[in-house]
Design a protein around this ligand. Structure first.
Ligand SMILES: [Zn+2]
Ligand SMILES: [Zn+2]
Length: 270
């Protein structure tokens, strides 16, 4: 079966993405998808960055736009999600904000890590220079610690792009197999799903997030999956989903999840 549910896409409300909800819907229909899940970035509570997220004052508009789009289109299911950063010192406030809106799913993502010189958006091309002086093994270990903390926080339904740290092609020298297995166990205990995110194929690393090796560790712990293109342009909706499906099958998966109101609505056979 083709994968017909894409749970990760960004509209122009995120300053670094293009496309309106209507353009996403048109492309999803053209590609024969059954359901899309919108997942613009949750506004930061700690600072503003218009190139990254909508302002907090726009969040009601985001929901209104999505609800209206849902009402206009009966032949495509539209789920309302959000991609929320894991920020250790703002977890309580993020949790409160998430409760105010009727999300179908919340993707938890780690894009930032604390460094002595301040927070580092390690996957942001604007901050790529900081990789030059980084201890890559330590960045990877830090990344997995943050992923575990995010899963344990209970704020999220789905963990986003779970080896994003490889985005620019930096690879650890250390063997992190045990760290990855431990992270998979934490995810299983926390009840979160993971996404198979095809956007890595459009990035310097040219790989799906996560790699087959990483995905196998999650499959061994029976951590459920969803699929996401992480489109920042409507043309990428459902991109490379055949490859994503093959990867899931190769890792031992046989089904994926569909969410509604932050609960599992059903599972679909691969
Ligand atoms: Zn992300
Ligand atoms: Zn995203």
């Amino acid at each position: 079966m083709k994968i017909k549910h894409d749970y990760h896409m960004h509209t122009c409300r995120c300053g670094h993405a293009v496309g309106t909800i209507e353009e996403y819907i048109a492309e999803a229909k053209r590609k024969g998808l059954e359901e899309i899940g919108m997942s613009d970035h949750l506004p930061f509570l700690t600072h503003r960055d218009p190139q990254y997220t909508m302002d907090l004052s726009e969040l009601p508009d985001y929901h209104r736009d999505m609800e209206e789009a849902r009402a206009r289109h009966s032949n495509l299911s539209i789920k309302i999600g959000i991609e929320a950063d894991y920020m250790q010192n703002a977890s309580d406030r993020i949790g409160e904000l998430l409760k105010k809106y009727p999300y179908d799913f919340v993707i938890g993502s780690v894009h930032f890590m604390k460094q002595p010189e301040g927070d580092w958006a390690f996957d942001d091309p604007r901050e790529i220079e900081r990789w030059k002086n980084a201890d890559i093994d330590e960045v990877y270990r830090n990344y997995y610690r943050l992923l575990q903390g995010a899963a344990r926080s209970g704020l999220y339904d789905i963990m986003g792009h779970i080896d994003l740290v490889k985005k620019f092609g930096h690879r650890p020298k250390a063997d992190l197999t045990d760290t990855i297995r431990q992270t998979a166990r934490v995810f299983a205990q926390s009840g979160v799903a993971i996404e198979i995110n095809t956007s890595g194929l459009r990035k310097p690393v040219k790989e799906i997030y996560p790699s087959l090796e990483v995905l196998k560790a999650y499959s061994a712990e029976r951590v459920p999956i969803v699929f996401g293109s992480d489109s920042h342009d409507p043309k990428d909706v459902g991109a490379d989903f055949d490859r994503a499906r093959d990867l899931a099958l190769a890792a031992g998966y046989s089904e994926y999840r569909v969410y509604k109101s932050r609960k599992v609505q059903k599972t679909v056979k691969l």
